[in-house]
Design a binder for this molecule. Structure first.
Ligand SMILES: C[S@@+](CC[C@H](N)C(=O)[O-])C[C@H]1O[C@@H](n2cnc3c(N)ncnc32)[C@H](O)[C@@H]1O
Length: 271
């Protein structure tokens, strides 16, 4: 199957129609959620602490919703206006900016406690304009990302490389920008479940986390469930979950509708 990044530049490919189709597809939602959960795990954030995270190529906010469900505050950047508009419609909690990651990460030094990027990095390996030099764009992106992270913060990218050459190209530019780390490949022997995670570290060279395989996955899921239960988190979309989410938004100074007896009642659809 032809890859989307070969068909058109991202801001063209993710037009209004594609942005809606993408965000309403339950299979895509499931996969993006799972991959973002795994990326958060690989970030090794301090336990029970709300962190400020950057979501690179945040799209319509599927990955961002996972960050907020895990109690984090996030800022999303994306090049596609249509994807960002769907994120706004979905009333995500994150602040959103329209920006091309190849132009660099436009934030103050040291502001983020971590960064995630789900299914976006491979787009940077393409040259969509004659002025685009993938090596230069990757280097500018990684060096400005490095600067925007607090020391000892990590950045985790789930991405779809088209070859081992692309993995090498990306890793080389990340290391050149000052990061330590490398690629963790989950389920390396499964064509369907195989996933690439680039794990980048700022605070010195630490061993890479262990990749998942079929056996350890069961342990991984039950451990995550246990942790959630232990923390007493509310079930997603329940009244309590919505009340907690609204409270977080109020603390961020956002305009939030008052709670009522209707809060958390089932509605037909968000769209
Ligand atoms: C497959 S979507 C993933 C969106 C979101 N992370 C998720 O998990 O649903 C990839 C996103 O990467 C964005 N993207 C691609 N190239 C980009 C670039 N150069 N700068 C910023 N965003 C980019 C696209 O616009 C698209 O929204």
């Amino acid at each position: 199957m032809s890859r989307p990044e070969y068909s058109a530049p991202p801001e063209i490919f993710y037009n209004e129609k594609e942005a809606r189709k993408y965000t309403q597809n339950s299979r895509i939602i499931d996969i993006q959620v799972q991959m973002c959960e795994r990326a958060i795990e690989l970030l090794l954030l301090p336990e029970d602490q709300s962190c400020l995270l950057l979501d690179i190529g945040c799209g319509s906010g599927l990955s961002g919703s996972v960050l907020e469900d895990n109690g984090h505050i996030w800022v999303g950047m994306d090049i596609s206006q249509a994807m960002l508009e769907v994120a706004v419609e979905r009333e995500v909690e994150g602040d959103l900016i329209m920006a091309d990651m190849g132009e660099g990460v436009p934030f103050r030094a040291g502001v983020f406690d971590g960064a995630v990027s789900i299914s976006a990095l491979q787009w940077l390996c393409n040259a969509d304009k004659t002025s685009h030099k993938p090596v230069e764009r990757l280097y500018r992106f990684f060096s400005t990302l490095y600067a925007s992270l607090s020391r000892s913060a990590r950045a985790v990218f789930q991405f779809y490389p088209d070859s081992s050459g692309q993995v090498e190209l990306i890793t080389q530019q990340a290391m050149r920008a000052g990061f330590y780390g490398g690629v963790v490949v989950d389920y390396p022997n499964s064509t369907k479940a195989k996933k690439y995670f680039l794990v980048l570290m700022t605070g010195g060279n630490m061993p890479l986390p262990k990749a998942l395989d079929t056996e350890s996955n069961d342990v991984h899921i039950s451990k995550r469930e246990r942790l959630k239960n232990a923390r007493g988190k509310s079930l997603k979309n329940s009244r309590n979950w919505i009340l907690e989410k609204k409270e977080r938004r109020r603390r961020q100074g956002k305009d939030v509708r008052a709670d009522s007896k209707y809060t958390g009642r089932k509605r037909s659809s968000k769209f």
